[in-house]
Structure formats: structure tokens, C-alpha cells
Design a binder for this molecule. Structure first.
Ligand SMILES: Nc1ncnc2c1ncn2[C@@H]1O[C@H](COP(=O)(O)OP(=O)(O)OP(=O)(O)O)[C@@H](O)[C@H]1O
Length: 276
């Protein structure tokens, strides 16, 4: 649901106590309002989720094995503003990726709302790339898929390859993606996504997979993307990445937003919680 004008109008109204200071013309880019996301796993009840059990039910024309619900995001509300980099932290399974997928419009809300200004782009470790195609072809296809023209892709091609560092140890860009290590593939995905300015860019763990040098380069690019007036969300289990990149952090636990505030403040609480 893109309601650009509406969110822009709300800019003045949404200056709550935990929101941004009043001096800048703060423009909200993402508003989540009491958002609930529920997954439904069909045939998941009483261990009847296997393919054999499903085939058995079809052959015997018996009703399905029931539906199990996973309430992954519970009543999350926040407003993100243009120019902010926001970290998303929390234990495994706390709902971080689910929240990003919902913001990207890939999952429907059970109840509540998500309003976005512009089209959010989700860059996840599982983002689709064609494994049998070369890195080179993936750069072109990825660029076109993001809405760049052929000329723009051609113009940016070399800087994308250079940024990814894929060719630092030989001519890997002309090899199929399936021959890349997971770190190399993640670097290429990030480099393609970072070649364009996004209204809202959401990065799911991509930075953690690169080596130290690439991490520094990508953190710098995230800062630039923010300055170019976008909003960046970063999911990471690497607290240092969050500290170096984000000034605001949301902490999710069991689907609930337990803390939303300045990164240092939230991380202090989180590190107490995790014992680190
Ligand atoms: N496709 C799905 N179908 C059913 N349940 C799912 C699905 N994807 C995630 N879940 C469940 O939703 C909850 C939140 O998962 P999610 O992947 O959003 O967590 P996360 O915080 O990103 O975890 P991690 O840090 O391990 O990546 C978990 O309980 C998970 O089992």
C-alpha cells in the first residue's frame, strides 16, 4: 500500500515523544500500525506435514491434517523517517525477517497496517539470483529488475563489479553464480542493490557475510544511501555492524517490539539480555 501523499501529510502529526526532533522537515517513509503477521502451516498439525501423509490424504480423499498458526509479528508499531538507518535486532525466530517481508509487501497483514512512501526494496541472503547464469548476466538482470534502463546498467556495470570485489582474485564474474561461495554471492547481491538509490532499502544479514574489507565498504555505502535521502533497515546479529551503521534500533523478541530507541541505548539493554 503506497500512500505517499498521505504519509507526507502526516509528517508534522507523527512527532511523538520517541520520534525525531521538530526542527527538520521529517518525512515518514514507513509507518507500521499495530501490525500482526500470522503464518499458516497447512497439514502441520499432529506431525502430518510430510509429503507422504499429504499423498495419503489425497488418495484416501480424507480432509487435510489441520492448520497450524505461527503468530510471528505481534502488534508492532513504529514510524521510520527519511534519512534514518534503522537496525533490527532480536533472537533467532523473533520476527525480524517477517517484519521486513511485510514492509516489502510480500506478506499480508493479519491485522493492522503498513504504509510506505515509495517502493521498498528487500535485499535478503536468499534474494533470487539465477545460479546457472554468470555473475555478469546476474548484474544485468538484477539492474533491470530494479528498474534501471539498459544504458544505466551498462554505465554502472563496472562499478558494481569493482564494489563487489568478485574479480579481485581472478575473472570470477564470467563464471556461473553456482561456483561462488556464499560470501561472494552475498557481496554481489549487495553491490547490485547498492547501485541504485532506494526510497526504502532493507538489508537482511547481507553485510555479515562479507569479509572485513567488504563490510567496511558496504557500511560506508549504507551511510551514503541514507544521506541520499533514503531509509535503510538492517537486520543483523552482528552488534558492531548495527553500531557502525544505524543510529536507531528496533529490538524484537517473540514477535513483539520490546525496545525502539537510539542504537547505543537499545544495544546496551539487548547485550544485558543476551549476556554478551
Ligand atoms: N514461511 C514460514 N512459515 C511458517 N512459519 C514461519 C515462516 N517463516 C518464519 N516462520 C516463523 O516465524 C517466526 C519468525 O521468524 P523470522 O524468520 O521472521 O525470525 P528472525 O527474527 O528473522 O530469525 P533469524 O534471526 O533466525 O533469522 C519463527 O517462529 C519462524 O518459525
Amino acid at each position: 500500500m503506497a500512500v505517499a501523499e498521505e504519509t507526507q501529510e502526516k509528517a508534522e502529526i507523527v512527532q511523538q515523544a520517541d520520534g525525531p526532533p521538530a526542527q527538520k522537515p521529517w518525512i515518514p517513509t514507513v509507518i507500521a500500525q499495530d501490525l500482526h503477521i500470522v503464518y499458516r502451516v497447512y497439514g502441520g498439525a499432529k506431525g502430518k506435514g510430510s509429503a507422504t501423509a499429504a499423498l495419503n490424504r489425497i488418495v484416501r480423499r480424507k480432509p487435510g491434517g489441520g492448520v497450524r498458526e505461527v503468530h510471528a509479528v505481534k502488534g508492532v508499531s513504529f514510524t521510520a523517517y527519511r534519512g534514518q538507518a534503522i537496525g533490527l535486532i532480536g533472537s533467532n525466530g523473533s520476527g525480524k525477517s517477517t517484519l521486513l517481508r511485510a514492509i516489502a509487501g510480500l506478506l499480508p497483514a493479519e491485522s493492522g497496517h503498513v504504509y510506505t512512501n515509495g517502493q521498498p526494496s528487500l535485499l535478503g541472503v536468499n534474494a533470487a539470483m539465477m545460479n546457472d547464469l554468470t555473475g555478469e548476466r546476474n548484474v544485468v538482470l538484477g539492474g533491470l529488475a530494479m528498474g534501471l534502463s539498459r544504458e544505466e546498467v551498462a554505465e554502472r556495470y563496472q562499478s558494481i563489479v569493482d564494489f563487489s570485489g568478485i574479480n579481485e582474485k581472478g575473472d570470477f564474474i564470467t563464471l556461473p553464480m553456482r561456483t561462488y561461495s556464499s560470501g561472494m554471492a552475498a557481496r554481489l547481491r549487495f553491490s547490485i542493490a547498492a547501485a541504485k538509490n532506494h526510497d526504502v532499502l532493507m538489508i537482511d544479514e547481507a553485510l555479515a557475510t562479507g569479509d572485513k574489507k567488504f563490510q567496511r565498504r558496504s557500511e560506508k555505502r549504507v551511510r551514503q544511501l541514507r544521506e541520499e535521502a533514503g531509509t535503510v533497515f538492517l537486520v543483523s546479529h552482528n552488534n558492531k555492524s548495527i553500531r557502525d551503521t544505524c543510529e536507531r534500533t528496533l529490538w524484537l523478541e517473540k514477535g513483539e517490539l520490546v525496545h525502539d530507541g537510539p542504537t547505543e541505548e537499545v544495544l546496551k539493554e539487548y547485550e544485558k539480555f543476551t549476556g554478551k
